[in-house]
Design a protein around this ligand. Sequence first.
Ligand SMILES: [Zn+2]
Length: 562
Amino acid sequence: MSIALSSKRGAPNTATNRAVRNLARPDEWAIDMGLRVDGHNFTLEKGEYVRQVIRDYSPEIVIPKAAQMRFTVTMLVRALHAVSVRGWNVLYLLPLKTGAVPFVQGRIDPIIESNPSLAQEFKAVDNRLHKQSLKKFNLYIRGTNIKNELQEVPVDFQVWDERDRMVEENLGDARHRMDGSHIKKLIMLSTPTVEGHGIYSDDAWDISDQHRWEIPCPGCNRFQSLNWNDKALDYNNLKVGSDRSDCVLECPWCQHVFSDEERPFLNALGRWTPYNPDGEVRGYHINQFNSPTQTLSEIMRDYFKGLREVKYMRAFWNQSMGLPYTAVGDRFTVELLDKCRERYEVGGIPSSYLQIGIDVGTHIHAWCWTRFNNIRRLWNVKLFQNFDQLDRWLSSLPQWVGVIDAHPEKSKSRELALKYHGRLYMGFEQDRDQQGEIAHFGSVKYQEAPEVKIDRTLAFDTVIGEFLNGRARLPYSARELGEHLPRKDYNGVYHHMIQQARVEEENARGIIIARWKRNRNPDHWHHACMFATIAGYTTPPLQIPGGFSSAMNKNVISGAGS
Ligand SMILES: [Zn+2]
């Protein structure tokens, strides 16, 4: 109120007025400073949807972003403003440390250098991944892959840029950097990947208030969020033609056509509307139909290429629409598991030797395949409280071969692998580009626990591949197997199987690799199933009746079970 009054009294107070506005509004500060971002003057023109986002001081903001919609530059301006104007310590987090230096050189430094006083402000500390203001507030740029570098810096405000590609296990550490702050603001943004993962996981967009950008139709004035069959909306704007130049965006009510020339100007009249007003965190979503720069034909290019090649289809949904996309084979679904069911019962007399996979966690999960005519069938699943129960069960089984998770608890797994020597292998999951084969079985040596090294990407790809090809079958009661889940229409086995998703990401050397990534839900049955499948790559030693020479144990049944 006093600001509004004082502004009428003339020049000196106009400066005060402006200073106050610049304190609260990073966009006006950037425009006043004449900052240049990515080679252009910072402006909101045709990208007015940025205004509310850059001024939003909600404790947590989630932004699934379509590509080229100015969100990263918005966050960079916001981060610099926070350090230099508000006096906050800021952590700007990227997926990998290797990407951080080029990011600073290519995108942050040019903004700082575009204004002499800002350049002066950050002159003192000339470290590429650490900027410090004259008043000693800090901007740290970090990658999520170096855990100990996330543990040392206390901050007030964090930006997580490309959330879906971050190292999930270290994000908790990053968040704790704000424990000592009274401010505690977090903004996460990302090009989406698959449903249920990262920015679209059940602790991100799903629990947000889901603001969507709406523009008014020049024909009938109805506000609408330009979309293509978005499940959250009950109308559709895109009419798809036979090729990319033959598509049209139109108003579903009055059929007004939103032309390429018109669309960027409609952003000046737009508004954000929450579609889930009770959400726990703030969320903003916008797609490229509101792009200030792209024509519809450019936006639709990947879609039409994607009809022939899935990577373009994924790019279209993730980067153009800002939506998750799950290609066949990227993730188990309830539908896929249902399709693999057959009319047979669990347990009974196995039709071949058993292939057992054992995942070790708080509980022990065991998955048992039988294999006949190259088809695997789930014979049974077993849940144990401890290793003694597991041991007793294993000793009761006929012919079997197994792989046990070596990770959380090595010594107990080793004991069992020694006891069931030559039948039970300790499984070590390894990440891509360390090996070229799905499983490498070490030799079985006297008094040593045998090991198998597993390429986890190839292993999980193989597992889903067998379900897709009809080579893996489940009993009709599969939905009822596993831990009891009263609030779902299936139990633990299904629930664990659908959690991991196949995500492509850059490794430390800049090569795109696929990884099966977990979210925060348990996925033990999926691991047990994978270990059981790996067990099927070897054959059990011949079961010798008592009194036979122990040397005979080295024999194997060739082609057993097939
Ligand atoms: Zn209309």
